[in-house]
Design a protein around this ligand. Structure first.
Ligand code: COA
Ligand code: MG
Length: 297
């Protein structure tokens, strides 16, 4: 699995029962849209949401946005039908809640296989239970596969708060070890990782603070609940102009004749090694991918 770099700065959830939201998603600047069949949909509305989500995905119109359906877990009464319907909807990935073990990943693949899903369909794995946190390394290790690769881990911080009784504070100290542990698990196996949602959607300053913290932790992007959260999130998870300029300078320096064959150089008074060259190349690749997608993707 060598997935090409795909910006996943912002992934907006919307209840699939909300037809207006599914339509609005076609005009929003989120890198990914997640049509939710799980927590945001009441039991009586599940069947309607399922068919609406699949019909909207199949009808298309979402441009370059990555289109993801969040199904109910296989352990729930709706899971099997959700998987069967979403498997052939044409979605880019299914987001699966409450994944707790590598066996769960295998069961997800089994359900996709029997649902007749195309092998390129990706899986976004939600880590949002105590067992999921404890097994994050094994879950991420099960990610690579010819068919139905896992593309991303997605932190479910609201469920984690519920299950662990940890508080959701501004600095997120009670959850920091879990968030970092999952970043390491994702990186160990070449996966992207998306941070949890910020519930107070009218509080832009608080959102920005949490986005910055997520980026500092190594997250690739953040899951969102409201269109107003997209622009600040995209801004914070994009490499800044200074960062891109510095990356290009590093690449140019290593490509220059005088530095041919060198593993370490001095640039603007700083030590720069080949590992920094790798980082610089990634920064430029992400910036190019973002530019290619365009602002309003
Ligand atoms: N996706 C797409 N459009 C959305 C949206 C979302 N997540 N949230 C709000 N909108 C739209 C509204 O439909 C409205 O559109 P309109 O102007 O065309 O009518 C507009 O944005 C402004 O909405 P606003 O009035 O500010 O919010 P609200 O009170 O209607 O909704 C929530 C607030 C929290 C109920 C809503 O944002 C939501 O459902 N969020 C997602 C919840 C979710 O999926 N949770 C599961 C994962 S944690
Ligand atoms: Mg949940």
């Amino acid at each position: 699995m060598t997935e090409k770099i795909r910006p996943r700065r912002s992934a907006l959830y919307m209840p699939a029962s909300n037809e207006r939201a599914l339509e609005k998603a076609k005009t929003l600047g989120a890198d990914a849209v997640i049509f939710d069949l799980e927590d945001a949909v009441a039991p009586d509305a599940k069947a309607g949401a399922r068919s609406r989500a699949c019909a909207s995905v199949s009808a298309g119109g979402y441009g370059r946005r990555e289109v993801v359906i969040r199904v109910n877990s296989l352990a729930s009464v709706w899971g099997r039908e959700d998987f069967a319907a979403a498997a052939t909807s044409g979605a880019d990935a299914l987001c699966v809640p409450k994944v707790q073990s590598a066996d769960d990943v295998a069961a997800i693949r089994g359900a996709l296989e029997s649902g007749g899903a195309p092998g390129g369909l990706g899986i976004w794995v939600m880590i949002e239970t105590p067992l999921g946190i404890l097994n994050a390394g094994a879950i991420a290790a099960a990610a690579r596969a010819e068919r139905f690769p896992v593309h991303a881990l997605v932190m479910g911080t609201n469920d984690l708060a519920k299950e662990t009784r940890a508080a959701q504070t501004r600095d997120r100290l009670p959850m920091l070890a879990w968030l970092s542990g999952c970043v390491v698990a994702a990186r160990a196996h070449g996966l992207d990782i998306l941070d949890g949602v910020y519930n107070n959607f009218r509080d832009e300053e608080g959102l920005r603070h949490e986005c910055r913290q997520g980026r500092e932790l190594g997250m690739d992007g953040k899951t969102l609940i409201h269109p107003g959260q997209i622009a600040p999130c995209n801004e914070i998870f994009s490499p800044g102009a200074d960062e891109i300029a510095w990356a290009r300078k590093i690449i140019a320096a290593f490509e220059s004749e005088e530095n041919a064959g060198r593993g370490v150089i001095t640039l603007d008074g700083r030590m720069v090694e080949l590992l920094h060259l790798d980082m610089a190349r990634r920064t430029v690749a992400i910036a190019d991918a973002i530019e290619e997608a365009g602002d309003d993707i």
